[in-house]
Ligand binder design. Sequence first.
Ligand SMILES: C[S@@+](CC[C@H](N)C(=O)[O-])C[C@H]1O[C@@H](n2cnc3c(N)ncnc32)[C@H](O)[C@@H]1O
Length: 267
Amino acid sequence: MAEEAVSKGGWNPNQYDRFKAEREQPFYDLAALVQRQPGMRVVDLGCGDGRLTAWLHRELEASETLGIDSSPAMLEKSEANAGGGVSFRQMDILDATDEYAGQFDLVFSNAALQWILGHETLFPRIARLVKPGGQFAVQMPANGKAPSHRMAAVVASEEPFRSALGGWLREDPVQDPEFYSALLREQVGCAEQLVRLQVYDHELAETRSAVEWVKGSLLTAYLARLPEELHAPFLDRYTEALVAEVGERSPYYYPFPRVFLWGRMPV
Ligand SMILES: C[S@@+](CC[C@H](N)C(=O)[O-])C[C@H]1O[C@@H](n2cnc3c(N)ncnc32)[C@H](O)[C@@H]1O
């Protein structure tokens, strides 16, 4: 399938921040994969509110860091994090790969590229942003098979949601780690690479806490496409379906796999 963004607005920075510590740890783990050189020019694709972008800039002692995000709601908060070499721009990641080709020592993207379909063509395109000898570092959730994600598709397939969504279901483009390893070698042409799957063991207070988690991520794509009057019925039915699938658990152990990709382009 051709590349297509599957996130359609609907981002709510406050909801996203509800599991701040859990969502932040993979960002720091991704930053730890970067081979440091002072004075790098960095781009953060899908930067959200830019708070972590500014942290990355300081941590890497970068000369310039550009954060790109398509969500006005997320970027509205980024102004507070701009300055001292950090700037932000509202644009689609796919447009950025054309406009900024060959301009960055580091292309960084945490928890954003899972919203763009067609990874076999996306990653060669992302790599075009990197200068010769530069690096990229990407982290994406790989939890498409989790009950929280499967149940969203089940409920979206039920009426009245199915008709309201025109049959749309969120497609998860994230593949197995082996796919990315082959892709980075054969299509992207990395000189060096690292691909790692890491499972984070989140302990949530109860099953229903998982609803609050996905309300800040996966469900935004469904809610953005549903009329306002179906938001509460969709969330109620989703909660019911998730509880029926995994039971009323307290605490609820929510294992969360994530795939990390790091690569260096040839000089
Ligand atoms: C889960 S948030 C991650 C934010 C930040 N990177 C972090 O680690 O906290 C995903 C972000 O990707 C952005 N995004 C998704 N698809 C995008 C696209 N095609 N172009 C630009 N931004 C996109 C969303 O607007 C959202 O702010």
